[in-house]
Ligand binder design. Structure first.
Ligand SMILES: Nc1ncnc2c1ncn2[C@@H]1O[C@H](COP(=O)(O)OP(=O)(O)OP(=O)(O)O)[C@@H](O)[C@H]1O
Length: 290
């Protein structure tokens, strides 16, 4: 029997037009195996509504056509259900797709769906908000909030925003409890990594595995601004965890107390939250075509 598949397309992700996508996907999809439908999101969070509806309607597969934010909305609906997720990377950073080795070529990404090969990955939950690639607080959450206001998405916009904001940013103090152990740290930012990278092959936690039942708490300590290019070099060289600026602690149950409430991000989507953050891992809770 043919599998029903719904493609949920974010028209703005990655700053790329996607008007041709349904015709393109139909051309490369194995139509002996799939009945395909396509829908464009019309507002932020719409992908989540559409994916919830698809699960209720008994769709076999829902494909996110977008970046990590779109994946987050779709996967949040699919996680813990029998509906399988597919990914066509069309974002700015594509962190999860890259970590899963899903090709950035649209044609190859569609052909991956044809194989119907499925794997399960862990997900994280941060104060009731699910995440699948990366969550965090501190500088990157601050940048996510600024970036969300930009019309011009993409790596260039992100780097430009980060460079503009970094000199004025003040590191914060955090109390952490990770699987019962306590730590007090001053940090430029804290990333909770399910996958190994933020996106664009910036590897914050090169050893992180998507299916090990663990999250990697990456504490990025304050560093002199002149070291910014050095830290950047190590990020892209998969060696940042060997520098004195990054400490990584793996765990399942994580509690982080800040001095005051502020921005947090889940898969790059900024959210204002209270000062206490509780994070848990849900092992192997999402099935993905890969
Ligand atoms: N029709 C729409 N109009 C405006 N915003 C939308 C629409 N559909 C989705 N969005 C929002 O677009 C934002 C960006 O999506 P997404 O994260 O997938 O792309 P990206 O940021 O370019 O890529 P990445 O996260 O991989 O860097 C999300 O916050 C999502 O809620």
């Amino acid at each position: 029997m043919k599998k029903s598949v719904l493609f949920i397309i974010n028209p703005i992700s990655g700053g790329k037009k996607k008007l041709e996508f349904p015709a393109f996907a139909t051309m490369h999809l194995d139509l002996d195996r799939f009945n395909a439908d396509f829908v464009y999101t019309e507002w932020p969070t719409h992908a989540n509504d559409l994916a919830i509806e698809a699960v209720e309607n008994g769709m076999d597969i829902v494909v996110s056509v977008g970046g990590d934010g779109t994946i987050n909305e779709v996967a949040s609906a699919l996680e813990g259900t029998d509906t399988i997720m597919g990914i066509i990377p069309f974002g700015s950073g594509n962190g999860l797709a890259r970590s899963l080795n899903i090709s950035l070529s649209n044609k190859k990404a569609v052909q991956i769906l044809n194989n119907l090969h499925c794997r399960r990955i862990d997900s994280g939950i941060l104060n009731e908000r699910k995440f699948f690639n990366m969550a965090g607080m501190g500088f990157d959450a601050h940048i996510s909030a600024k970036f969300a206001q930009l019309k011009n998405r993409g790596l260039k916009g992100y780097v430009h925003t980060a460079l503009k904001e970094v000199s004025a940013y003040v590191p914060e103090n955090y109390d952490l409890e990770i699987d019962g152990n306590h730590y007090e740290r001053e940090a430029f930012m804290i990333s909770i990594a399910n996958s190994c990278q933020y996106g664009n092959n910036a590897y914050i936690s090169p050893d992180a595995k998507l299916d090990d039942g663990l999250l990697d708490v990456c504490i990025i300590k304050p560093f002199p601004l002149v070291q910014f290019p050095v830290v950047g070099y190590h990020l892209f060289n998969k060696t940042v965890h060997t520098t004195s600026y990054v400490e990584i602690i793996k765990g399942k149950n994580i509690r982080i107390n800040r001095k005051q409430g502020g921005m947090v991000h889940v898969d790059g989507e900024p959210i204002e939250m209270d000062k206490c953050i509780e994070i848990k891992v849900k092992p192997l809770s999402l099935a993905i075509l890969n």
